[in-house]
Design a protein around this ligand. Structure first.
Ligand code: NCD
Length: 329
């Protein structure tokens, strides 16, 4: 065990035993058994300085499922941030009203800096393009649940490997497992070395038009598709955007192994041109909605696993060192 259980800030805090324990807890919470007493009287504060649907809502749902409650930082125009309040002052107030704080911020080192002064356990809910630890725990849980184990898989990550914090986090976490990681990206969006130093990693820099051939050749067990991180692209990269985009279609799936699973942290952006498409099956980038009914497409279940895995994180941080929080009891 390596994690001090004070905060959850990046993926380097974990060893395999820490991850195994979190996944065991998550499995208990996923079992449907209720734990209304575990966090009774406890308050989670969610402070997201970047947009979010899944991470914020599943953290809040996790706290409710544990018998606790939450307060949320209002949107900028409705809070004192409209009066010019600094991020740290807002956070000091929220942490004074709560027992645990989840923060998302666009600056890579902001969450760790805030955690050093807030006096509460802090969950990094995404820091710039660096890490997204709770997403990674739910990603590991998804692979284990859907494939039987995280070990012994070829995990192929597709898309913006330069700026995507979900792939950075997952690659770093996979150094605790016996896996082979293959990155597929367009020229200019390669995975930074720091995230793959300790994992068996190879990268295919391709024209995204060749994605189907490349995937078929790799014969992956897990495909982890990601969104172009448009908000983090430079002006020059934005001009090149067209070159970076791709779509996994039913034809792509036809060429993938039967045992493979297709993951995505979501959201996947809608295309502008919706000609011939419906509200239920809009045209989208990354993964065409026509793939959603393929049994290998697990991304909606993946998102739902965000609740039990975040229950495991919250309970562990609030009751660090106190085994009475064990869902076994
Ligand atoms: C991801 C994020 O915020 O990094 N979203 C999420 O939390 N599921 C992925 C993304 O925005 O591309």
């Amino acid at each position: 065990m390596r994690w001090d259980r004070k905060h959850l800030l990046d993926m380097n805090v974990f060893d395999r035993a820490d991850l195994d324990e979190l996944l065991v807890y998550a499995e208990h919470y996923a079992s449907g058994k209720q734990y209304p007493e575990l966090c009774r009287g406890k308050i989670l504060a969610t402070a997201f300085f970047e947009p979010s649907t899944r991470t914020k809502k599943s953290l809040q749902a996790a706290m409710l499922r544990l018998g606790g409650t939450y307060i949320d930082m209002d949107d900028e125009e409705k809070s004192s941030r409209a009066k010019g309040e600094s991020d740290i002052d807002t956070l000091r107030m929220l942490s004074g009203y709560s027992d645990i704080v989840a923060i998302r911020h666009s600056c890579d080192d902001a969450v760790a800096q805030f955690a050093s002064v807030l006096g509460r356990p802090v969950i990094n809910a995404g820091n710039g393009s660096s890490y997204h630890p709770t997403q990674t725990i739910l990603d590991l849980y998804t692979i284990q649940k859907e494939k039987g184990s995280v070990d012994n898989n070829v995990v192929t990550m597709v898309g913006d490997l330069l700026e995507g914090r979900t792939v950075h986090s997952l690659a770093a976490a996979l150094s605790n497992y016996d896996v082979h990681v293959v990155g597929i990206c367009p020229d200019g969006l390669s995975m930074p070395d720091e995230y793959v130093q300790k994992v068996k990693y190879e990268e295919r820099v391709i024209d995204m038009i060749d994605l189907d051939d490349t995937l078929a050749e790799i014969h992956p067990d897990v495909i982890y598709a990601t969104r172009m991180q448009k908000e983090r692209l430079t002006e020059e990269q934005k001009r090149e955007m067209q070159r970076f985009l791709y779509i996994i279609t039913p034809e792509t799936m036809n060429r993938l192994p039967e045992h493979a699973i297709l993951m995505h942290p979501l959201p996947r952006p809608e295309k502008e041109d919706q000609t011939g498409r419906s509200m239920l099956k809009p045209a989208t980038w990354d993964i065409d909605t026509l793939v959603d009914d393929d049994p290998r497409a697990v991304y909606y279940r993946q998102a739902a696993y965000g609740v039990p895995t975040r229950m495991a994180v919250i309970a562990t941080l609030l009751y660090a060192g106190d085994r009475t929080h064990s869902p076994n009891q």
